[in-house]
Ligand binder design. Structure first.
Ligand SMILES: Nc1ncnc2c1ncn2[C@@H]1O[C@H](COP(=O)(O)OP(=O)(O)OP(=O)(O)O)[C@@H](O)[C@H]1O
Ligand SMILES: [Mg+2]
Length: 231
């Protein structure tokens, strides 16, 4: 569904992504791993269109989206849960959720109700401000907001960062259910390997803006983990 071909992305003169190619297939559960600062967030941002490519191309269902706006990529079915969640603190939980469907004129109550079945904690707090939720609840809200665009693929950037272990386990379960029940392809950037391995079947390891190893998670060796991750 998503073909990334030899992309390069810079911040000013700094070369952050130095020629990456990979494919994501419908139904994949992929984790992208790598130490701090290797370019994981930069990669996701370039896939959703928040950063321009200096070189290379991105195709989504055989359509070249390399220069398509973020808005239009969202309409095509690419949803993004940013690192740090980016909940709007002064809007209610319900308003934050509805923002996710806004670009799609897709504020059907049916979809909202369906999304809320995955997040009972959010349903209890619909009228509260997003800013008063716990970190774990805000993460669930960010995922719910992304689902409100009826995506085909969901990209999540470090969804467990700063979240209590019991909520981390709950988020893993929710993502697995979303993948099965809503047929949404899942891509997670994650440093919490235990969490990632509860979900992902494939992995990509990034170092200094390049893919250094990729494969199936059941082939992910201790040697790879020791070489490329901070444990
Ligand atoms: N807005 C920016 N302007 C300039 N350089 C940036 C900017 N954002 C990130 N960088 C640099 O780009 C490199 C890659 O950053 P990126 O955020 O993609 O890494 P990451 O793998 O997501 O790291 P982390 O695990 O800490 O989230 C880093 O060296 C970082 O300092
Ligand atoms: Mg990051």
């Amino acid at each position: 569904m998503l073909k990334v071909r030899d992309i390069k992305v810079n911040y000013g003169k700094s070369k952050i992504i130095n020629g990456m190619s990979f494919d994501i297939h419908t139904g994949d559960k992929l984790v992208i791993i790598g130490r701090n600062g290797v370019g994981k967030t930069t990669l996701l941002k370039s896939v959703v269109g928040l950063l321009p490519l200096v070189q290379g191309s991105i195709d989504f269902f055989d359509q070249d989206i390399s220069t398509t706006s973020t808005h239009d990529r969202s309409r095509l079915g690419i949803a993004y849960v940013p690192q740090g969640r980016e909940i709007i603190p002064y809007l209610t939980v319900e308003e934050n959720l509805e923002l996710g469907g806004y670009a799609h004129r897709n504020n059907s109550d049916d979809l909202k109700q369906k999304v809320l079945t995955y997040f009972p904690a959010l349903r209890e707090h619909l009228k509260r401000k997003g800013g008063v939720l716990s970190g774990g609840q805000q993460q669930q809200l960010a995922i719910g907001r992304a689902l409100m665009s009826s995506p085909k693929i969901l990209l999540l950037d470090e969804p467990t960062e700063g979240i209590q272990p019991n909520i981390v386990a709950e988020i893993a379960n929710i993502l697995n259910r979303i993948r099965e029940e809503m047929s949404i392809t899942i891509v997670i950037v994650e440093q919490n390997l235990k969490f990632a391995l509860k979900i992902a079947e494939k992995f990509i390891v990034i170092q200094k803006g390049e893919i250094v190893v990729q494969g199936k998670t059941n082939e992910l060796s201790q040697e790879i983990i020791n070489s490329y991750l901070t444990i």
